[in-house]
Design a protein around this ligand. Structure first.
Ligand code: DX5
Ligand code: ZN
Length: 211
């Protein structure tokens, strides 16, 4: 099980130190929650923040765009150092085109499904994506409880997706829900609150990995 800490819950006065600590603690990738204040109420990091922190770690940067019409921002987050750009099905007028544009940049593409969104939304995009991000919470904030109905979505996705496509679960991840998501076929998990509330990041990551 791969663990991707969400920087939304990191100490905003020392993001660089947090990145270095997470890499030492065994994080498998870094999850950047980008919020535009329109698709979700909060506003978080711009591409310049990603660019500024890119040289500090070799870990994969997963950039989760919680924004309306992400097409106009794809190149700036690619140039900032994103290794995978994840867009929401609910925010894209031309989803297959948006995912194709991400792939044309030479990086990976991801597709996020809000809790209410059916897996049917991805059926005709399988050829242009590398990851499905199953939202375990409604997007826009950290510290929420996991929505249990998403477990069946994980299983149903795993049944229709080829093994090359990663199923990642984002939000509400604590040891109990991490175990449940793993049992249902998830490959990776995004966690913010549980990791950053623990003074020992390595121990928190290991607990989520199930060791
Ligand atoms: C929510 C974000 C999640 C969230 C995870 O909109 O996409 O990545 O920050 O945080 P926790 O682990 O606190 O649910
Ligand atoms: Zn996220």
């Amino acid at each position: 099980m791969l663990i991707c800490p969400s920087m939304l819950s990191a100490n905003p006065t020392k993001l660089g130190e947090e990145l270095v600590a997470l890499e030492k603690a065994g994080a498998d990738a870094i999850h950047w929650d980008i919020m535009d204040g329109v698709f979700v109420d909060a506003i978080t990091f711009g591409s310049h923040v990603i660019a500024g922190h890119r040289p500090l770690t070799r870990l994969q940067f997963d950039v989760h765009l919680m924004m309306e019409n992400p097409d106009k921002h794809l190149v700036s987050f690619y140039r900032a150092g994103a290794d995978i750009i994840i867009v929401h099905t609910e925010a894209c007028a031309h989803l297959h085109q948006t995912l194709s544009q991400i792939k044309s940049l030479g990086i990976k593409s991801g597709l996020a499904l809000n809790p209410a969104t059916s897996i049917h939304a991805i059926e005709y995009c399988i050829d242009v994506m590398d990851m499905v991000l199953v939202m375990g919470v409604n997007p826009g904030s950290s510290g929420q409880n996991f929505i249990e109905s998403q477990l069946q979505k994980i299983s149903n996705l795993r049944k229709i997706l080829p093994p090359t496509i990663e199923v990642c679960v984002d939000g509400g991840i604590i040891p109990r829900t991490a175990f449940q998501c793993c049992q249902h076929g998830a490959n990776s998990l995004v966690s913010g609150t549980y990791i950053f509330r623990n003074p020992d990041y390595a121990a928190a990551i290991q607990e989520l990995k199930g060791n």
